[in-house]
Ligand binder design. Structure first.
Ligand SMILES: [Zn+2]
Length: 319
């Protein structure tokens, strides 16, 4: 703190000054202006010796004006906060950090718990899950409204990912064949030590084994199921949506902080929510399926050229 009269910094004068005030109070019972100011730490020891109360009263207007100015200056310093470049630097880094975090927090509307304790599954089943055929089955079973899969097994005949996609579940097309459910899976009860996710996986595995056996037995008997082409489109339901992140300057700790609500904010991309839109589905016969399988490379190449292709690429070109 600076002396209000001489503007010198007051250091270690507190005890001396407070003694002066106590002495004065003992003899006078009431503080005069000078000692009032000393008590409030506004005058240095030197000035307290030089000045009389009368003199201070004469100068009071000037001094009070000085005090007001000083207070304003301090206020300004507080309000001014961090420099513009510091703020910009912080905001830039914050946006980078928060965007990364937000992208990590993305979730899928169709979800299968990861397989733990792999030794309890067939190699073929692990592949089925890892190649995301299980997900393709979920898409057809749960999202495609035009195909009624109740009472049917969904056999994935072909699953193609989009060319040069950033996402590992971005399918360009799915071809499935449906077989009537003849065999019934025998589901065990949940074990006490088993988590919900582990049980869900075990049930899915048993279903897959039953389906596989059933489909295999029907195929060997020459049974052919209905075949469908499905064009799913991976879609972020939160596309172009932003969250407001409120940032304040903490003038006590001299740091920026994120708060629940405030005046200043930055727009941070909302964590993505991935779902599928079914662009088209079509039932095809086995002759068409044979054509597609024979020309698969050509068809896939066409999907590389045009991301938003239509079902027409699966048909022979008419000239
Ligand atoms: Zn002074």
């Amino acid at each position: 703190m600076d002396c209000i009269i001489c503007e010198k910094r007051i250091v270690n004068e507190n005890n001396q000054l407070q003694n002066k005030v106590r002495q004065f109070l003992k003899t006078n019972k009431q503080l005069d202006l000078k000692h009032q100011w000393i008590k409030e730490w506004k005058i240095c020891y030197g000035c307290s010796e030089q000045y009389t109360s009368e003199r201070l009263e004469l100068d009071a207007v000037v001094i009070i004006e000085k005090m007001k100015l000083k207070r304003k200056e301090n206020q300004k310093k507080k309000q001014k906060g961090p420099s513009q470049s510091f703020r910009e630097d912080y905001i830039r880094k914050y946006i980078e950090y928060a965007t990364d975090k937000s992208e990590e927090k993305g979730r899928y509307t169709l979800y299968q718990p990861p397989l733990k304790n792999r030794q309890q599954y067939d190699k073929a089943y692990i592949e089925y899950v890892e190649r995301r055929e299980s997900l393709a089955v979920m898409i057809v079973r749960d999202l495609v409204k035009t195909i009624d899969t109740r009472g049917y097994w969904v056999d994935v005949r072909h699953l193609e990912e989009h060319f040069l996609t950033d996402f590992d579940r971005d399918f360009s097309f799915i071809i499935v064949e449906l077989f009537q459910r003849v065999l019934k899976p025998d589901y065990p009860k949940k074990m006490i030590e088993e988590t919900d996710a582990d049980y869900k996986n075990r049930i899915a595995y048993i279903t897959w084994k039953t389906a596989n056996a059933d489909i295999h037995s029907q195929r060997t008997r020459g049974i052919k199921g209905d075949v469908y082409i499905i064009l799913p489109r991976l879609k972020n339901e939160h596309e172009d949506m932003y969250d407001k992140h409120f940032i304040v300057w903490d003038s006590k700790r001299l740091v920026f902080r994120r708060v629940r609500i405030g005046k200043e904010y930055v727009n941070i991309i909302k964590p993505p929510k991935w779902s599928y839109e079914i662009v088209a589905t079509e039932k095809i016969n086995h002759q068409q399926l044979r054509y597609i399988e024979k020309n698969m490379q050509k068809i896939v190449r066409k999907t590389h050229k045009e991301r938003n292709f239509t079902l027409s690429i699966f048909r022979p070109q008419q000239r």
